[in-house]
Design a protein around this ligand. Structure first.
Ligand code: GCO
Ligand code: MG
Length: 413
């Protein structure tokens, strides 16, 4: 039987794969794959707060299997690493696999001298609609921040505000900083008050509609913090404000919880940023329990697997809404914009601009203008890694916060 090794001409083989961990503003894990003919492809493997677990998985368990393989056999490599591991899936394994997959698609497109979206079927759209993030300590501050994003050209904005009675609310940035909840060598502990939240959030959206009218699309992230009946109540109380979606109303891994939410509200629902496999969204999609699936390139096994998820979603009228927080590197965003450009059932793409420092370490050809991301026409996914600059910013431990209730018990953050 021919093996991938024996059928590849020597120039098609993977000569080297290396992991680069860098922290230009925040931590990123990047896999750099080089073929014998000198083509370089890169993939993102960043898993916020657990970065070095993925780096070790790659270094110790995947890189030794890659060297000598045919770089063109992307599907076969995916199956070999996924099924061949016996221990399938999980965020660490799927992020590592995603980096390999993304780097191999980058290489294939570069060798074909084509932008990646051409290999994914070509353009289904000219540009990719994005939503930005507005935050504030008070409703007034969040209303003003939404105005700032509208002035920047956004047509869709996620609005979060601190909740009276809580501390360090998710989605609310530190003064003068890009929103990034991961900090410090121990997790910050925050206090969560569900009752206060459920009465406060409708007031935020009432103020936003009073100020800006109904044209702007408004989104809200619940961050897995409610029970199904609480989420149902929130969705119903937000119906007058016509949200584009509420995101992660309940912990995403409990797919059947969404049945109950769905019975009680017509507010559209998005979930999936913490999910890494088609199996973990299968019930959500096939029972049409959500409207948008938020899995992304890095955490869901790369372009090969994410495409499979979105194809399943397409059959059921569910659209994409990929996670795009700044803890996903520009490599993830660059690859995502190609997929967003190509698929028929694109919904929206989350976009939090990276810092200028991050962008200088990861120069890229995608660009934001007038509320949309525009995919570049450079061969590959169009994102590069400046290794010299990366080396100037070594890994710096940072954990996501942990939420507790007033009685001290752990809650979902
Ligand atoms: C989002 C996410 C972020 C996450 C972060 C965790 O919708 O963008 O919920 O806010 O908290 O990506 O790593
Ligand atoms: Mg979210």
């Amino acid at each position: 039987m021919p093996t991938p090794l024996s059928t590849a001409s020597s120039r098609d083989r993977i000569a080297q794969a290396r992991v680069v961990v860098t922290s230009p503003t925040r931590n990123f894990v990047t896999l750099v794959v080089t073929t014998e003919d000198g083509t370089v492809g890169i993939g993102d493997a960043t898993l916020n707060g657990r970065e070095l677990a993925v780096a070790a998985y790659l270094d110790e368990h995947l890189v030794p299997l890659l060297v000598g393989r045919d770089a063109g056999r992307i599907e076969d490599t995916w199956q070999y690493l996924y099924r061949g591991a016996y221990w399938r899936g999980g965020p660490v394994g799927m992020s590592a696999l995603a980096a390999v997959d993304t780097a191999l698609w980058d290489i294939k497109a570069k060798r074909a001298d084509l932008p990646l979206h051409q290999l994914l079927g070509g353009r289904s759209r000219d540009k990719v609609r994005v939503y930005g993030h507005a935050t504030g300590e008070t409703i007034e501050e969040t209303v003003a921040d939404v105005g700032r994003l509208i002035d920047l050209g956004y047509t869709a904005v996620r609005a979060q505000t601190a909740v009276p009675g809580g501390t360090g609310t998710y989605g609310v940035s530190r003064p003068g900083e890009i929103y990034d909840p991961a900090h410090g060598s121990l997790p910050e502990e925050t206090v969560w008050d569900t009752r206060s939240y459920l009465t406060h959030v409708p007031r935020l959206f009432e103020a936003l509609r009073d100020t800006y009218g109904f044209e702007i699309a408004l989104l809200h992230d619940v961050h897995h913090r409610l029970t199904p009946i609480e989420a149902a109540r929130l969705g119903a109380s937000l119906e007058p404000y016509d949200l584009f979606w509420i995101e992660d109303p309940t912990p995403a891994e409990d797919q059947t919880a969404f049945r109950l939410i769905r019975q009680h509200t017509r507010t559209p629902i998005a979930t999936g940023e913490v999910l890494s496999s088609v199996h973990s969204v299968q019930t959500l999609i096939t029972e049409r329990l959500v409207d948008y699936v938020r899995t992304t390139v890095t955490h869901a096994g790369g372009l090969t697997h994410l495409r499979r998820i979105f194809d399943l979603a397409h059959l059921y009228g569910v659209r994409s809404g990929s996670h795009g927080a700044t803890d996903l590197s520009p490599v993830c965003l660059g690859a995502a914009v190609h997929l967003d450009t190509a698929i028929p059932n694109f919904g929206i793409q989350e976009y939090m601009a990276h810092s200028a420092l991050t962008d200088s370490v990861f120069p890229h050809s995608y660009r934001f203008a007038d509320g949309y991301l525009h995919v570049g026409e450079d061969p590959g996914h169009g994102v590069h890694l400046d290794e010299e600059k990366a080396a100037e910013h070594p890994y710096s431990p940072a954990y996501l916060p942990v939420a507790r209730l007033a009685d001290g018990s752990v809650h979902d953050w």
